[in-house]
Design a protein around this ligand. Structure first.
Ligand SMILES: [Fe+2]
Length: 325
């Protein structure tokens, strides 16, 4: 693991796609505090250029912290998340999500999870937030979700961060997949916006049968909403549709079993349960510690989620990630 630096972020060279323009300056690290510029913003470095610097093999390029979101926006656009260049103004902020993000990150920090993993995930989620806010259709959706319930936004941000942490432990190496995961988690509950605000704020234990039926339409409605935008990739839409499914086939709306559930949705489903238990909300007036939440999922809920994802979350909570990663 690279030694951290306050102003610079390491990006593995495997994250760069040969032959595509890199929108930021790239640096090689010479010592703890010394960096040298090796590629200017707007250049198209090829893979061989990436691998070596003065005949030395280097595994990372370094990017200035303030430019990192530009790089992520570029990757997402390559991955098909954003379709037009006009949507790539990552500096434009509507701040709805950004404001909520601050308090969520503080909350997660206090949970005392594995630090390296948390810091990396936070960077990815922050960049995904900036990108979402720069896209009018997406930021409109978030704005209307905030009108519905503040806690839904906070939950979505926390789920996004925890999902990326799980993906890291699972060694998902494709950066674009991880970024789709971050976006899918941010958008997973977007279908709640079509439900009455009183229902969304009501604890599930107090809902009538009919109210539960209505509440459980939100994955389907979310899927339809995102599909209607015409700009959201299928993987991200699948997260919204399948985030309440579980590996033992007792979720909703389709009671899918593990193999049938989209890999990104498996991770978000677990992260969502974990955040429901640990963060305060209408369903949780007595938040549990991360370790208590793990025990609750395992014992009380019978661990209904994908096993590998659950094991990864255990490692994060027990701070065993650094030993294995
Ligand atoms: Fe949900």
């Amino acid at each position: 693991m690279e030694v951290k630096h306050p102003q610079m972020i390491p990006v593995p060279i495997t994250d760069f796609i040969g032959g595509t323009v890199v929108p930021v300056n790239l640096y090689v690290r010479l010592s703890d505090s010394k960096f040298v510029l090796v590629s200017n913003a707007g250049q198209k470095p090829n893979k061989d250029q990436f691998k070596t610097y003065e005949n030395k093999t280097v595994e990372y390029r370094w990017v200035k912290r303030e430019e990192y979101s530009k790089l992520i926006a570029n990757n997402l656009s390559i991955a098909g998340v954003v379709v037009t260049a006009s949507n790539l103004n990552v500096h434009q902020k509507t701040t709805i999500l950004s404001q909520a993000a601050g308090s969520v990150f503080t909350e997660l920090e206090h949970m005392g999870l594995s630090f390296d993993s948390y810091t990396h995930s936070k960077q990815i989620v922050e960049a995904t937030v900036a990108l979402s806010e720069s896209h009018r259709d997406l930021s409109d959706l978030f704005a209307s979700l905030k009108d519905c319930n503040d806690q839904v936004l906070q939950h979505s941000l926390a789920v996004s961060c925890i999902s990326v942490m799980i993906a890291q432990v699972l060694k998902w190496e494709n950066q674009q997949t991880v970024e789709k995961l971050a976006l899918g988690a941010l958008l997973h509950n977007i279908g709640l916006k079509s439900l009455p605000a009183e229902l969304v704020s009501k604890p599930k234990a107090k809902m009538t049968f009919d109210e539960i039926q209505l509440y459980e339409t939100h994955p389907f409605k979310g899927m339809q909403m995102l599909l209607g935008l015409g700009i959201v990739p299928d993987d991200v839409i699948a997260v919204a549709y399948e985030h309440h499914e579980n590996a033992i086939g007792q979720g909703y709306p389709r009671k899918l079993r593990n193999l049938k559930i989209h890999p990104l949705a498996k991770v978000v489903a677990l992260a969502s349960d974990f955040c429901e238990l640990t963060l305060p909300g209408p369903n949780n007036t007595n938040p549990r510690t991360p370790r208590e939440a793990i025990t609750t999922i395992e014992v009380t809920m019978g661990q209904p989620h994908n096993r590998e994802a659950f094991r990864a979350l255990q490692l994060i909570v027990n701070k065993e990630f650094a030993k294995t990663g």
